[in-house]
Design a protein around this ligand. Structure first.
Ligand code: BGC
Length: 751
């Protein structure tokens, strides 16, 4: 391909279809005009060129899975590969883009994708941590920051948001999602898509979102990654699908298939998911990409006998782009020639890819995202660091604070102990994208010293994260004895959650539990700060320490944010978005469980033949929605505008929340509903609303919610989606254990 012929094609396209197209705001539908331009281009393409647009290869800049082949640069130049992931920086993407634009016959630019999950270089807390902020505006702002930075580094497309519901903390990937709840999952999915894509994809500061992993990946059996998923369609539709749909309704232009099979059909060959639901029911007209080599994996799944077969299955199921597997590249031509795949099927896939390239504006200006100046200004800017700091400060969850252990007074003598106190890398979490440990200006230890002064702070590592070496215990104990308070910074290493990082033991790893017991036995006030990407089993530690602060992997500004919380410059306001079990045997454990026919009543502990364990309570260690503040919030009784909700109308409920403590603070006021009798069993309660409110000390704020029939819908016995007349209980409070309640009835629903 030479420059002249490229210009010729562009001129031809310009004549056929003047680019008056403008993206419709907030819509998931390709803007008008683009489809005509796509069709014109398609007519010029050879079969090989079309197939090239369905191919996505990794660059060697980063590796996020097994690399199957070398030579992505040759594949770009020959037009065999139209899309690249794991490459970034303005300079490098420009270099690759040049190959596509100047050396292929049609000069169609590459699409660059990357896992920009919770920031590009300015990393915010991991996604599960962000979700614990319950702060939708800030979550959107964080995604916007990630998009701006990524776009300035040559990227067009992020493989996020991950919206898989996570109810099994053994599964390492719960760290990448928004926790266990569909309602919260929907709200966060929308916020993230809006943050990444903005209102206009043609805006150079936005990137394409990719909703992943479709579908139900979070329900992998026994919490083991890539494992099978088997669930009823009711659970699929009620619990797992809503967040994907919400992301698509919010405009997400791409979808990634999941690795798992669902009821016997791998997601990457699943036309029920990818066609019947995604395209036909939800009206998605964007592009579907596989997860990493997921087409190849149809062979070990046992539904394809060879690569050819796998490619045909995936294409016929509605997969547009093959990530890294090379199956479309190697086998689609033959499949078309044999008639196993229709040209129309391939054309549709290519259309979906090309439409994105037009929408992003790279067909007209292939280098618009490769801007070294913008990259310099944007990456790790003061403004971005401030967003990451805010996000970190708001996502930490205070789980216990007895004897006013926190906040710490700046003149107290503090012994800092633990293998994570002085770590930069662990602050970043597993999906660090282009983030670098050296961009961390302060570890938790550094920032504690900044707050308390080096004369008041000692440090010893005490032990490793995950070995049985106790050589450091003695020094740690010595230092603890001399201190007024001990801050232990413990937990899981960054690599112990994320993809392919599942655990069956969710205790603190290595000898950390022993060190915690030895230190707490000294009788000094102990504050345990812990990093994790999941809900952990920390019953013993939670009983023996005075204060417990979950900081997740808090990102590049996490050290500063955590220390500012410890010293009272920030008041914690995060709330758990995943239930913390007492032990692994309780898993899966989530707040919106079903009552069963033999519910256990804890006030009658001697009752037998009830749904209970002999060796542990049914209740979790910390429930969904739980999190403390340095201040206290008191809730009034709930007032309700009408105890009858007539179909088509709405009712108002409200509570007054008083900050009765000594600090200004923020509270997440949560509303749950129990549908008492229905045609199918219903959860004991479901989150249906929340508001994060700032209330200064001594002040009272009225918090209102509106409830209508929409909030009461579910999949009825006949699988139609709607509400049913009946009696409901509303709970409003500070976590999912809320017992402050009021009842109402719903009447007049037309069936
Ligand atoms: C992960 C995806 C990710 C992809 C590309 C896969 O292994 O499952 O979440 O987007 O790699 O890095």
């Amino acid at each position: 391909m030479n420059r002249l012929s490229y210009l010729f094609i562009l001129m031809l396209l310009a004549v056929i279809m003047p680019s008056e197209a403008k993206k419709k705001k907030g819509s998931s539908v390709a803007p008008k005009g683009i489809s005509e331009r796509v069709d014109s281009l398609l007519q010029l393409m050879t079969l090989e060129e079309k197939i090239g647009q369905t191919v996505l290869f990794t660059s060697r800049w980063d590796v996020t899975g097994p690399v199957l082949r070398d030579g992505e640069e040759d594949a770009i130049k020959s037009g065999q590969c139209g899309n690249i992931f794991n490459a970034h920086t303005a300079e490098y993407t420009r270099k690759l883009q040049k190959m596509a634009v100047e050396e292929t016959r049609l000069g169609i630019p590459l699409l660059f994708g990357y896992d920009v999950i919770h920031g590009h270089q300015t990393l915010a807390p991991i996604s599960l941590g962000e979700s614990a902020s319950w702060d939708l505006e800030l979550i959107e702002k964080s995604a916007r920051m990630a998009a701006r930075e990524a776009a300035a580094c040559g990227l067009h497309w992020t493989f996020a948001p991950m919206v898989d519901i996570g109810r099994d903390p053994r599964w390492g990937r719960v760290s990448e999602g928004a926790g266990e709840d569909p309602y919260l999952g929907i709200e966060i999915a929308k916020a993230r898509v809006k943050g990444f894509q903005g209102d206009d994809l043609a805006d150079k500061e936005t990137v394409l979102a990719c909703v992943k992993h479709m579908a139900a990946y979070g329900a992998a059996q026994a919490g083991r990654d890539y494992n099978s998923v088997d669930m009823s369609e009711r659970v699929l539709r009620e619990t797992y699908l809503p967040a994907y749909k919400a992301a698509i309704d919010a405009g997400a232009r791409t979808v990634m298939t999941s690795f798992n099979d669902l009821d016997g059909v791998p997601a990457t060959a699943n036309s029920f998911l990818l066609k019947d639901i995604l395209r036909d029911e939800w009206g998605f007209d964007g592009m579907v990409v596989t997860d990493y080599t997921a087409i190849n994996e149809l062979i070990p799944h046992g539904v394809a006998k060879d690569e050819y077969d796998a490619g045909v299955l995936a294409m016929k199921a509605g997969v547009d782009m093959d990530m890294e597997g090379g199956i479309y590249m190697d086998h689609l031509k033959k499949a078309i020639e044999n008639g196993d795949v229709a040209m129309e099927e391939l054309d549709n896939a290519v259309r979906n890819v090309l439409a994105l390239k037009f929408e992003l504006g790279i067909m007209d200006d292939p280098y618009r995202y490769c801007d070294e100046e913008r990259e310099k200004e944007e990456v790790l800017s003061a403004q971005n660091r401030e967003t990451a700091y805010q996000m970190a400060a708001k996502s930490c969850v205070l789980l216990k604070n007895d004897n006013s252990a926190l906040p710490i007074n700046a003149n107290e003598k503090v012994a800092v102990i633990g293998p994570l106190a002085n770590s930069k890398r662990d602050l970043l979490g597993s999906w660090k994208a282009a983030g670098k440990p050296q961009s961390v200006q302060a570890t938790i230890l550094d920032a504690i010293i900044k707050n308390g002064g080096s004369e008041n702070v000692t440090f010893s590592k005490g032990c490793d994260i995950n070995t049985d070496n106790k050589a450091g215990f003695a020094k740690a104990i010595e230092q603890a004895k001399k201190a007024d308070k001990v801050i232990m910074v413990m937990g899981e290493k960054w690599s112990m959650s994320g993809e392919a990082a599942c655990r069956t033991n969710l205790d603190f790893p290595g000898v950390q539990p022993e060190l915690i017991q030895e230190i707490t036995a000294l009788g000094k006030p102990v504050v345990l700060v812990f990093m994790t990407g999941r809900a952990m089993t920390i019953q013993k530690e939670s009983e023996s320490v005075d204060a417990l602060l979950n900081v997740w992997y808090p990102g590049v500004e996490g050290g500063r944010a955590v220390a500012d919380i410890l010293y009272g410059k920030e008041n914690p306001s995060g709330k758990l978005t995943m239930t913390f079990p007492r032990n692994v045997g309780q898993i899966p454990i989530f707040y919106s469980y079903k009552r069963t026919g033999r519910p256990f009543d804890p006030s009658k502990p001697k009752d037998t033949y009830k749904s209970r364990y002999l060796d542990v309570q049914n209740t979790p260690l910390f429930p969904f929605g739980y999190g403390l503040s340095y201040t206290q919030f008191e809730y009034s009784d709930i007032t309700i505008s009408n105890s009858e909700l007539v179909s088509g109308n709405s009712i108002e409920v409200s509570v007054s929340v008083t900050n009765s403590g000594n600090y200004d603070g923020e509270e997440v006021v949560q509303l749950y509903i129990w549908d008492q009798v229905a045609s199918v069993t219903r959860p004991v309660k479901e989150l249906k609303g929340f508001k994060k409110v700032k209330i200064n000390k001594g002040d009272t704020q009225k918090v209102n919610f509106t409830i209508n029939e929409e909030d009461l819908k579910f999949y009825r016995k006949d699988m139609t989606f709607g509400a049913e007349d009946g009696q409901f209980t509303i709970y409003i409070g500070s976590d999912s254990d809320a017992s402050n309640s009021v009842e109402f009835s719903l009447t007049g629903v037309k069936l």
